[in-house]
Design a protein around this ligand. Structure first.
Ligand code: SF4
Length: 371
């Protein structure tokens, strides 16, 4: 196995289709997010979905709390390309309406819909239109009797809640669904997903819910999802941050990239703050990250401030810079090919990286690394 391959062996799950995107089985682990505009504001929601799509999201979820929002959903579907998951709580009529309007997945918990007849109606509609359902259990909103039984949210409580919804679908012979058991506590969520992974074959949607603000939430999500993904658990994921949904997508890809599960865009290898740096590594890397956001070709680029680690990192990177006084050594494919003036690094590096990306992958396509 090369250093670039992930050693992770994925749990075998059933594959479902969310629109034209496969989830589960041997499909790439998909990254999704959720819009935070008012769904009834069609223009703002469409604009946000387009931004989300541009940073590579595979799927997007849109909340549909009312019939008015369902009408807006119809217009949003007509103006966007990415598969949309309609997020519905309780009202089965909204589920039927958005299914008619082209929803690619329904996020609705069968146990919350009400009568058996209503559950049957939603499942029959999903079956007829070949739309999957996502069961979404959340540690903050467990059923009252489960809360009373366990006293507090536990992994077993989340599992019991999920299996209750799964049983509804099993009884109706419907297996076109995926499941999430989210919690804001890392150990709780991880414990619940590990239990669930042993119980069902369905694809699992991962998430640490309400993870927090951008920095802390990204760290918490990386730890929780990292534990699960390293176990081979997870078929799609959403990072829940109190931040722009675009950031959620970027963090999701960064997590997959860190585990070499799915590479997208540039993986920068860069020095931490250090007094030996011959040029300002931090501002250089920050500027390059911003300027090169549109590159989706997977590449390793090392930006290292001195010769202690610079040549070594450059050897195993697509492109590398090893800091030296006045002019730093520039490497391509592990070979030193040039010396770049430290005063003018950012635009020169941007040009070089773009040229290398075009050479590696003229179509600028995403690469899926499989274990
Ligand atoms: S490679 Fe050089 S500049 Fe970078 S952290 Fe190490 S000693 Fe500091």
């Amino acid at each position: 196995m090369s250093a670039h391959q992930s050693p992770i062996i994925r749990r075998k799950s059933k594959q479902i289709m969310v629109g034209n995107v496969p989830v589960g089985g041997d499909a790439p682990i998909t990254v999704q997010t959720m819009t935070n505009t008012k769904t009834t504001d069609v223009a703002a929601t469409v604009e946000q979905i387009q931004r989300i799509e541009r940073v590579g999201a595979d799927l997007v979820r849109v909340s549909v709390p009312t019939m008015e929002a369902a009408e807006a959903f119809k217009l949003i579907k007509q103006q966007t390309n990415i598969p949309i998951i309609a997020d519905i709580h309780f009202d089965y009529r909204i589920a039927l309406k958005v299914a008619e309007y082209g929803a690619d997945c329904l996020r609705i918990n069968p146990g919350n819909i009400g009568s058996e007849e209503r559950v049957r109606a939603v499942v029959a509609c999903a079956r007829d239109l070949n739309i999957p359902i996502r069961i979404g259990v959340n540690g903050g909103s467990l059923e009252r009797d489960i809360q009373e039984k366990y006293g507090e949210p536990t992994a077993e409580a989340l599992l019991e809640s999920a299996m209750r919804h799964v049983d509804y679908l099993d009884r109706l012979n419907f297996d076109n669904f995926k499941v999430s058991v989210k919690a804001s506590d890392v150990f709780l969520a991880v414990g619940a997903y590990r239990l669930l992974a042993k119980q069902i074959d369905q694809p699992l949607h991962l998430g640490i819910t309400e993870a927090g603000g951008f920095r802390a939430g990204a760290v918490k999500s990386a730890i929780g999802l990292g534990m699960l993904l390293a176990d081979g658990i997870g078929d799609t994921l959403r990072i829940s941050l109190a931040a722009d949904p675009v950031e959620e997508v970027k963090v999701g890809f960064d997590i997959l990239k860190s585990l070499r599960i799915r590479s997208r865009g540039i993986n920068f290898i860069a020095c931490p703050s250090c007094s030996r740096q011959e040029f300002d590594v931090i501002s250089t890397v920050n500027a390059l990250e911003e300027r090169l956001e549109d590159i989706i070709t997977p590449m390793d680029v090392s930006i290292i401030g001195c010769v202690v680690n610079g040549p070594g990192e450059a050897l195993v990177s697509d492109l590398g810079l090893a800091g030296a006084a006045n002019k730093s050594a520039f490497y391509e494919g592990g070979l030193r090919v040039d010396r770049l003036d430290n005063k003018d690094l950012i635009p020169v590096l941007e040009r070089r990286i773009r040229a290398r990306a075009a050479m590696l992958d003229p179509a600028n396509q995403i690469r899926i690394d499989k274990a």
